[in-house]
Design a protein around this ligand. Structure first.
Ligand SMILES: [Zn+2]
Length: 399
């Protein structure tokens, strides 16, 4: 860690200087009822998608829970859970102790996310828009819809860097030094803070330099490795450390169960599943094509109710995704009611005067089922409703 003498020690949080410190003896420096500040900053106030630290305060030999930590313009506050208000005194010596397991878990996940963001940028020019953490997972929203193959390539690359024992360097500099030596090399947001904290992956020149006031491990190998939990659109959910191992083993167990049921071994099973998926894709594409055709020629089926052009269809094989993909093709000035998969009624309107969500609202008055949507696309469950298309027709008649 680089640490310039010119920056006063106490204003720098302990989680920057000594990231593995779990406990400190210090004094209360400010208070607002049961929210306390101390002359040493041990607890991280959250931010950058990470939850704030929690832990314990020892005051007059009694232990009190610190339920959360937050930052405002006056500094970093620890919220103490206590029966009485106003029992704490400024200047009093106390002990602070972190909920270390939780904190360390976040350190491992967050540092791995620095690396993964770097790798996605380098391999696919893909940016991380947002990252959220829980103790056992990282969820990232990224700028591109990556394929599973791309994500696994990035994970492989990141895991090689993790397993090679790459150092994580913490650099704390004044704004002047930052401008002079670092600003031009930064990935991500530029800092305007008086004291800037930088995180670099790799020693010497390293390969990823970002401004970050968060909590990190000192060596990437502590994260152990990254496992993909889920990929959905622009969202990637990752697991690290023991959580990743537990998940991988659980998946393997599920695979073995499938092997037992289908009596097909591993690669045979994978082949069978991927064939099914290909068939599913073909079916989906086929459905969308068919719907697009129907939607564009919809006037042929129309029925006029109070001057509104309405079309009623029942295609129980079709799901929401297919209907939404085809929705743009719908002819002008039409109100379409379509019963799809799982007893869901979809309402699509290209007629401004007859908003789909208003019709759903009317339907919700006569059923306890769930529903909602916007002017052009809405849906409602029709479970237990007799002749739902007739019901919609009546609602439009009285609209
Ligand atoms: Zn960070």
């Amino acid at each position: 860690m680089l640490f310039p003498d010119m920056i006063s020690e106490s204003s720098v949080p302990l989680y920057w200087k000594h990231p593995y410190q779990k406990e400190v003896t210090c004094a209360i420096s400010k208070l607002k009822e049961n929210d306390l500040q101390f002359n040493q900053i041990l607890f991280y106030p959250g931010g950058g998608g990470q939850l704030p630290d929690t832990g314990v305060l020892v005051y007059n030999d009694e232990e009190y829970s610190i339920v959360t930590t937050y930052k405002d313009e006056e500094g970093i506050w620890c919220k103490v859970q206590s029966a009485e208000t106003g029992m704490f005194e400024i200047g009093k010596e106390v002990i602070l102790r972190l909920d270390w397991e939780k904190r360390y878990s976040f350190m491992k996940a967050h540092t791995a996310q620095h690396l993964f963001t770097h790798v996605l940028g380098k391999l696919f020019n893909c940016e991380t828009l947002k990252a959220n953490f829980e103790e056992n997972w990282i969820e990232m929203e990224v700028s591109l819809k990556l394929t599973p193959d791309q994500v696994f390539e990035a994970i492989k690359h990141a895991n090689e860097i993790i397993q090679s024992g790459t150092e994580v360097i913490s650099i704390i500099v004044s704004q002047e030094e930052y401008k002079k030596d670092y600003k031009s090399k930064i990935r991500g947001k530029i800092s305007e803070e008086k004291i800037v904290r930088l995180i670099q992956l790799g020693e010497e020149d390293g390969f990823d330099l970002v401004g970050c006031g968060g909590i990190h491990v000192e060596n990437l190998s502590e994260s152990k490795g990254i496992v993909l939990e889920n990929l959905k659109g622009n969202f990637i959910k990752l697991l690290v450390d023991k959580h990743g191992f537990a998940f991988a083993n659980k998946q393997r167990r599920a695979m073995m169960k499938l092997e037992e049921i289908t009596q097909k071994k591993d690669d045979k099973l994978i082949e069978m599943i991927s064939n099914k998926l290909v068939n599913y894709d073909i079916l989906q594409t086929g459905n969308v094509k068919l719907l697009k055709m129907i939607f564009s020629k919809i006037h042929n089926w129309q029925k006029t109710i109070n001057d509104y052009s309405c079309v009623f269809l029942e295609i129980p094989e079709i799901d929401r995704q297919a209907i939404q993909s085809a929705a743009k093709e719908i002819a002008e000035g039409v109100f379409l009611s379509i019963i799809g998969k799982n007893e869901i009624l979809y309402l699509l309107s290209s007629d401004e005067k007859l908003p789909a969500n208003d019709i759903v609202k009317k339907l919700l008055e006569i059923t306890e089922n769930k529903g909602g949507g916007n002017k052009s696309f809405a849906q409602i469950s029709i479970q237990g409703i007799e002749n739902p298309l007739k019901v919609v027709e009546n609602v439009i008649k009285n609209f």
